[in-house]
Unconditional design. Structure first.
Length: 118
């Protein structure tokens, strides 16, 4: 059984003395009564900030994954002997070479998922 979000937050907050601002998406698990009760019990030490439903401008790696889902790996089945990781890595490497994606340095999230110098 997976630990609840409230249990994970409790573990994260253990020994914290300064306020924590946690940015979360709209997953229903982040909005349960248990999570709300736990956040309230921290007396302001933990604050949740919810992202809008779909906000790629706030989370630029969403643009990469959206492109991947629309154009590549998700659209073609694996052939016998093909590995998903290899296929994803190849598509990310190809994406990095496209002019529209070449200057992603201002997007640290995107930089972290695109392959480097291959």
């Amino acid at each position: 059984m997976k630990p609840s979000r409230a249990i994970l937050m409790r573990r994260m907050m253990r020994h914290r003395t300064k306020p924590v601002h946690l940015v979360v998406d709209g997953l229903p698990a982040h909005k349960t009564a248990l999570v709300k009760a736990y956040v309230a019990s921290t007396d302001g030490l933990l604050t949740l900030h919810f992202l809008p439903g779909y906000a790629p401008e706030l989370n630029p790696d969403e643009l990469v994954w959206s492109h991947m889902k629309r154009t590549g790996v998700a659209r073609t089945p694996l052939r016998k002997g093909e590995k998903l990781k290899d296929k994803v890595d190849a598509q990310l490497a190809a994406l990095k070479k496209l002019p529209a994606w070449s200057d992603h340095s201002s997007w640290p999230q995107v930089s972290s998922i695109l392959p480097t110098g291959e």
